[in-house]
Design a protein around this ligand. Structure first.
Ligand code: ADP
Ligand code: MG
Length: 552
């Protein structure tokens, strides 16, 4: 009972108990069979064998839904013990007690009596093994009315044990069963504490914000070995997306427990604990059932952390983009406001420059300067006009417009930028186009957004072709560049809001989303063709406005 209180491992416990019983009884061997968690274990201590203690898991077989230990056919002693344990012996066997305890002072003759037929037909040498001993007592270990094991006391001396001895050991078995239960509880408690310590460690790692995913996973892997039964020989590894996180002295070995790392139904790696040397059989190889549960829990925990980190990253990215978009909108509004403010003074400058120009008595130099002022102010006024158009200060208004005219006006801003970037612009505008029903400012925005992308796709210069065409029901605008192009995967996503392949500050991923929105609200369509390294063409088609009706 004292031993059980310490919660030793099953092997250690059985070893100790057998040794105590051997010393106490004066027998030459004590063997114990025990069922725990659906498996049979067998421990034997033998005075004359080296090593003195042996422990193994017994092979089992199923019979009528019950798991039973399997014993080799030629192991007659084993078969006898098994039958005694299962209460399947023939009636004539001398049972000593109602509990099923059994005693013989002469094993050989008992075996001959029980296995009469087999002994006659087979070579008697097969019994020599059993013949090492003369006396045998078998005491079933029962728990909740079921025999869950047995105790064998064996001696080389014949008639070594008495009926009284058997009765004594039978009463002792009750204490042994309590001790077994106690040991189990102690072990479970200790493993539970280890598990909680480990989970607490993980929680602390996760809460201690500011750690990257890699740092957290490395922290977790280091929590593993201390939670296992043999920390001294344990090392751990977590593989996540092909990256390995290991503890010091990590060594891959045959003695290991592995759990898959499943993130949203997809295997992303493994969590494993390795023992550098072989250890006695427990529930799963040298590992405990509790350790299986713990490693599975840890794998699930890591998966959750991976998921959470991923969403956090997405959220941060989205927020950054929203902030950027917000900034853009603010800049747009601001510039519209500024443009408005500047309109007045520029008007005055222009007006006064024109007045000065009209004065007939001006020195020639002054007259030339006044012309320059007038020209510059006219240019400034034009810029302001476009700026206000861009900022869409006016509510969207669909009117009958000529797409060619919009393209002409829109390219005004863009051509100088193209020139700077070493991009040649070719206009292939249709001679005359049927009118469309559209908001000119929005159409300009479509043009600018697509052209700006084209410019950004040609950092080393290139050629930009702008073409307009009419078909039976639609007019179309094609913008073609000789830039980097896109692969299929990118091409599929270009219209998604916030999809960008550009660095923060260069792309918002909103340009084409806005374009798409505008085009669809005009009941048009947009189409992309692209070849990696060759270039890209965006083509917008818009329905031709119906012939002028009575409404307008
Ligand atoms: P942004 O320009 O802010 O990235 P867009 O919605 O305008 O957002 O474009 C989305 C993405 O589509 C770009 O990041 C780029 O990868 C791709 N893209 C758009 N136009 C082109 C083009 N002409 N050539 C190559 N890739 C392009
Ligand atoms: Mg863009």
């Amino acid at each position: 009972m004292q031993l059980a209180m310490r919660g030793p491992l099953r092997t250690e416990f059985l070893n100790e108990v057998s040794r105590i019983l051997m010393e106490f009884s004066g027998c030459d061997s004590v063997e114990m069979w025990l069922k725990e968690r659906g498996r049979y274990y067998r421990g034997e201590v033998n005075r004359s064998k080296k090593p003195r203690f042996r422990f193994e898991m017994m092979p089992t077989e199923e019979e009528e839904g019950r798991i039973l230990p399997r014993v080799e056919d030629k192991d007659l002693l084993g078969r006898l013990c098994r039958d005694i344990m299962l209460r399947r012996t023939d009636a004539f066997l001398p049972f000593l007690t109602p509990a099923g305890g059994f005693l013989t002072g002469d094993i050989s003759s008992t075996l001959q009596q029980v296995f009469d037929n087999e002994v006659k037909t087979e070579d008697s040498g097969r019994f020599l093994q059993a013949g090492q001993f003369s006396s045998l007592a078998v005491i079933p270990i029962s728990m909740e009315a079921e025999n869950i094991g047995l105790l064998q006391l064996k001696s080389k001396t014949s008639d070594f044990l008495s009926r009284n001895d058997v009765e004594f050991y039978e009463s002792l078995i009750q204490t042994l069963v309590s001790a077994l239960i106690h040991r189990r509880t102690q072990v479970e408690l200790r493993e539970r504490i280890k598990e909680l310590t480990c989970m607490y460690g993980i929680a602390k790692l996760v809460e201690g914000s500011g750690l990257t995913l890699s740092e957290i996973v490395q922290g977790i892997v280091e929590l593993l070995p201390p939670a296992w039964v043999y920390p001294d020989v344990a090392s751990a590894r977590i593989i996540l997306d092909g990256n390995s996180f290991v503890t010091d002295r990590f060594r891959e070995s045959d003695y290991r427990q592995v759990a898959d790392l499943m993130v949203e139904g997809e295997k992303r790696g493994t969590v494993e604990v390795n023992y550098s040397e072989d250890k006695p059989e427990l529930d799963e190889g040298p590992f405990l059932l509790e350790e299986r549960r713990l490693i599975d829990t840890i794998a699930r925990e890591v998966a959750l952390i991976v998921e959470r980190k991923h969403t956090e990253g997405e959220k941060a990215r989205l927020q950054e983009q929203l902030r950027h978009a917000d900034r853009l909108a603010t800049i747009g509004q601001l510039s519209a406001g500024v443009a408005h403010e500047l309109n007045e003074p520029i008007g005055s400058i222009l007006g006064f420059a024109q007045l000065i120009e009209k004065n007939p008595r001006l020195p020639e130099q002054v007259e030339q300067d006044a012309v320059k002022i007038k020209k510059a102010s006219l240019h400034a006024r034009e810029v302001i006009k476009k700026l206000m158009l861009f900022a869409r200060q006016t509510p969207p208004q669909k009117i009958r417009v000529d797409l060619n005219q919009i393209v002409d006006e829109g390219l005004y801003f863009l051509e100088s930028r193209c020139a700077k970037e070493g991009i040649r612009v070719e206009r292939k505008l249709a001679g005359s186009l049927p009118k469309i029903h559209a908001d000119p400012a929005q159409m300009t925005q479509v043009l600018v957004n697509v052209v700006v992308n084209a410019i950004q796709a040609m950092p080393g210069g290139g050629k930009l072709t702008i073409q307009t065409r009419a078909s039976k029901k639609t007019v179309s605008l094609a913008i073609k560049d000789t830039g980097a192009g896109m692969d299929e995967k990118i091409k599929k996503q270009v219209f998604l809001p916030f999809f960008t392949t550009k660095d923060i500050g260069h792309g918002t991923g909103l340009g084409l989303a806005v374009v798409h929105g505008i085009v669809t609200s005009h009941r048009g369509s947009i189409d992309v063709r692209s070849a990696l390294g060759k270039g890209t063409t965006f083509e917008v088609s818009l329905p031709i406005a119906e012939a002028r009706g009575g409404k307008e």
